[in-house]
Design a protein around this ligand. Structure first.
Ligand code: ADP
Ligand code: MG
Length: 465
């Protein structure tokens, strides 16, 4: 640990050492390890809302798998987002693969759907919390390795009876899905290639997965950035071969590739295309990647579009029950509402990874900067109003004062598909990230949010003043 642990507080000292013993760590910008930000206590989360989110996981998998196969729908989404250069480049890869034909029919998704509990600010009833989806991640969903350790850490420290802090099977779920995909690929000596960012800070999360894959199934993992892959791979009859060592890649697992920064050169883009053209199982394929665009999420809230993708009325209702509202930016009425009360909205571009959204008056300023054409590549979402609870944050060996915080629940899900057939389709553990109630965004590595565990309750505690 690079920072001094609070020696004058033995309980905290032990708690932080336990976190390190379990590998709950990140790398800082100098690639030095430090304990990941943690909440001192688990945070209350409504049990019914938690269960609802878990139950929705297989349904969202099915929807994403249908979106990924719906060429007319995806093409229309790509037309609306084409003023965004990054989405447009991803779209070009999609179009090229559609023209050439996909060379690997098996699709692997390691997803995470993120939620807040929400109550309308005008609703005076106590405890009228509903579950609302923030976003659906189809690429590089992080923390399936560390989050189960955080659960065990909170279980150990609080010694709550079993069940209050539900077990977290995220790592097992990811290992099962990756192992099954690797087996389907069917080459005993092939590796899983983990595609990482150049200065990856969440290595420990990935190492948990690497170790589990080796111990569980004897599968080797190699790490490469997109730029390295351009130099260090070639295609041999569609097979993706790593030139240093000659390993064949069974699964190309992206832990990068979701932001323009991951493609600093044309070579990095060329590597992405090469991988897409290969018969390695992509996690995700360009099809699954694009199915996670924020515009897809907003389109699904339109009843006629959802009806096309999910003909079953009951399933549609279950999905709609967690949808937040999205608004048409080209509507003059909506533009007036934003001018009058920007605090009721969030403006989002087609980006992942945190720190990209606009809030409050910044929304108005940003909309002024964007032409009507550019605005089509943005989504306007209802601002959610999650419950505040109280907690302390442990960051860099220092424990904060107790403060008002809000928690975001992520439900991991694994999805292995061949066409409409889902070979694997299940929820796979959870992630709770907690941030000060005053913080707008919630990145853990960025230092805003802390890793947490849900303490399941029948009723949320009353709002602190
Ligand atoms: P990213 O893909 O960058 O993670 P998100 O949609 O998850 O984008 O937004 C980032 C963060 O912003 C979330 O973790 C959450 O804290 C906050 N946020 C996103 N959408 C809303 C919303 N509708 N209301 C309130 N906060 C939001
Ligand atoms: Mg997010």
């Amino acid at each position: 640990m690079s920072h001094t642990a609070p020696l004058n507080n033995p309980a905290l000292y032990h708690a932080l050492h336990h976190a390190l013993a379990q590998g709950i760590a990140l790398l800082d910008t100098n690639q030095q390890p430090y304990h990941a930000p943690l909440t001192r206590y688990p945070s209350a989360f409504l049990q019914s809302a938690f269960q609802q989110a878990v139950d929705l996981a297989p349904l969202f998998n099915q929807v994403i798998n249908r979106v990924a196969q719906h060429d007319t729908f995806l093409t229309e989404v790509l037309q609306t987002t084409e003023t965004d250069a990054f989405s447009a480049q991803l779209g070009q890869i999609y179009t090229q693969i559609q023209t050439e034909g996909i060379s690997q029919p098996t699709q692997l998704g390691l997803f995470r759907s993120d939620y807040f509990m929400h109550q309308e600010p005008t609703d005076n009833r106590i405890d009228n919390w509903v579950l609302r989806q923030i976003e659906f991640n189809t690429i590089a969903a992080a923390f399936a390795g560390l989050s189960p350790e955080v659960t065990r850490w909170h279980q150990l420290l609080t010694q709550h009876p079993a069940g209050l802090l539900p077990d977290n099977l995220a790592l097992q779920g990811f290992v099962l899905a990756l192992t099954t995909a690797w087996q389907i690929y069917g080459v005993d000596t092939a590796v899983i290639c983990c595609i990482v960012q150049p200065n990856e800070r969440n290595r420990f999360d990935q190492y948990k997965l690497e170790a589990a894959l080796w111990h569980h199934a004897g599968i080797r993992v190699r790490y490469k950035t997109l730029e390295q892959l351009y130099e260090a791979t070639h295609l041999r009859h569609n097979r993706l071969i790593l030139t240093d060592g000659g390993d064949e890649v069974a699964v190309a697992y992206y832990r990068s590739g979701y932001t323009p920064k991951d493609y600093p050169t044309p070579q990095a883009w060329a590597a992405r295309l090469r991988i897409e053209r290969s018969n390695a199982i992509k996690c995700p394929s360009i099809h699954y990647h694009l199915s996670g665009l924020k515009t897809v999420q907003s389109r699904l809230t339109q009843p006629e579009i959802l009806a096309q993708l999910v003909p079953e009325a009951k399933q549609r209702q279950r999905l709609q029950a967690c949808f937040a509202q999205f608004y048409a930016l080209d509507s003059p009425t909506v533009q007036q509402q934003v001018q009058a009360a920007p605090e009721q909205f969030v403006l989002k571009p087609q980006r992942e990874g945190g720190g990209n959204n606009y809030y409050d008056k910044e929304i108005i300023a940003q909309l002024h900067r964007l032409s009507p054409q550019q605005q089509t590549a943005w989504v306007l979402m209802q601002r959610l109003n999650p419950p505040t609870t109280r907690n302390q944050l442990l960051q860099q060996g220092v424990c904060s004062e107790e403060m008002a915080v809000v928690s975001e629940l992520g439900i991991f899900a694994v999805c292995l598909a061949q066409g409409d057939t889902l070979l694997l389709n299940q929820a796979a553990g959870h992630l709770l990230r907690t941030k000060p109630a005053t913080a707008l965004e919630g990145g853990v590595a960025a230092g805003f949010a802390a890793l947490d565990s849900p303490l399941l309750v029948a009723q949320m505690p009353e709002r602190p003043v």
